[in-house]
Design a binder for this molecule. Structure first.
Ligand SMILES: Nc1ncnc2c1ncn2[C@@H]1O[C@H](COP(=O)(O)OP(=O)(O)OP(=O)(O)O)[C@@H](O)[C@H]1O
Ligand SMILES: [Mg+2]
Length: 338
């Protein structure tokens, strides 16, 4: 189902959280929604699902405006971090609950619930109470329940954040697999940048109720639209320099640049610093931090720029060593100096 949000406004009481918000998600697309705490991600999902009313604008699902529709008619399901299973119902009854609401006969409900429990690798757990399951198992019951309603659009609001790393990994693959199988469009809210970069077809980055950038994980990471967007993914190194007559020059850099004359900060990431190639960019080893599976080395360039690079192979440098390295600019990302 294609989702198209146009000029959406939503909020609480006097507070307007989303202003004139527009976003489209293609059929079958997996979009991750990222942004700092409080920027309006959950508000957006709740407005799409109908838990919060839209104050203006439209939400089209396959061409039909659902903005004024009641929750259960929208064909969307939200899975929240706090999973809210019914404690007194069995696992199977929990999964079958959306079907009961739809008036599906009991026998069919049980069959569907059992099939869904098998999908989330919980076959045979149907008669237990939620309390008798681990946190990860409860999360999978909640996922099965979300799928029972056969959502066209699945909205996931940080559903994996309380799980340990191994379980998160399992849940991620399960969601991706079920998304294919059920041909769903998925929006995932997450604070985990790596999760977003690795799982998504596209990323939407939000700040203070507004969309800053949408693009493939690679685009958003390598060509951030603003400094805020660049910093959100971290690992940025900025070097102050000058653009003049179509060239940008700074310590260790002299490149063609399509920018008006003036002062800029060029944004680079640690992979631009090639310590294995001897060239004219001189750096001093500032610290070497052994972390078990890798080592983080901080280098200081002559202009004071600090580079933090991670090496999986053992390194043989000591603090104070001076190295001649190569600085390679792959993308000219320039931000006007403040
Ligand atoms: N029920 C509510 N009543 C009033 N204000 C609310 C309510 N829920 C959220 N807000 C406010 O709306 C803004 C956006 O909240 P929202 O929950 O959408 O943020 P978020 O991006 O999901 O943040 P987080 O990453 O922390 O979950 C915040 O300023 C928050 O304080
Ligand atoms: Mg939230």
């Amino acid at each position: 189902m294609k989702l198209e949000i146009r000029n959406l406004t939503a909020g609480y009481d006097q507070d307007v959280i989303l202003k004139d918000f527009s976003l489209s998600v293609e059929e079958g697309e997996f979009l991750s929604l990222l942004g700092p705490s409080g920027c309006g991600k959950s508000t957006l999902l709740k407005t799409i699902a109908g838990i919060i009313p839209a104050r203006g604008g439209s939400i089209f699902l396959d061409g039909q405006d659902i903005a004024g529709m009641p929750i259960h008619k929208r064909g969307t399901t939200v899975l929240f971090q706090d999973i809210r299973l019914f404690p007194h119902k069995s696992v199977a009854e929990n999964v079958a609950f959306p079907l009961k609401m739809q008036g599906v006969p009991k026998e069919e409900r049980i069959k569907t619930a059992e099939a869904l429990l098998e999908k989330v690798q919980l076959a045979g757990f149907g008669s237990r109470r939620p309390m008798e399951l681990s946190g990860g198992q409860q999360q999978r019951v909640a996922l099965a329940r979300a799928l029972a309603a056969k959502p066209k659009l699945l909205l996931l609001d940080e559903p994996f954040s309380a799980l340990d790393e191994n379980l998160r990994e399992d849940m991620r693959s399960l969601v991706l697999q079920l998304k294919q199988e059920f041909r769903m469009t998925v929006i995932l809210v997450t604070h985990d940048r790596e999760e977003a970069l690795s799982m998504s077809d596209r990323i939407a980055l939000m700040f203070e109720g507004a969309l800053i950038q949408t693009g493939t994980p690679k685009e958003v990471y390598t060509r951030p639209a603003t400094r805020q967007a660049a910093d959100y993914f971290g690992n940025c190194v900025y070097i102050r320099g000058r653009a003049e007559g179509g060239r940008f020059t700074a310590c260790g850099i002299d490149c063609a640049a399509e920018a008006a004359d003036g002062e800029y900060d060029i944004m680079l990431r640690p992979d631009c610093l090639h310590t294995d190639k001897e060239d004219s960019y001189s750096v001093t080893v500032e610290s070497v931090l052994f972390r078990g599976s890798d080592t983080q080395v901080t280098f200081r360039a002559e202009d004071g720029t600090l580079w933090k690079k991670t090496f999986v192979q053992p390194v043989h440098w000591n603090e104070g060593d001076v190295l001649q390295t190569d600085l390679v600019v792959k993308e000219m990302i320039l931000f006007k100096a403040d």
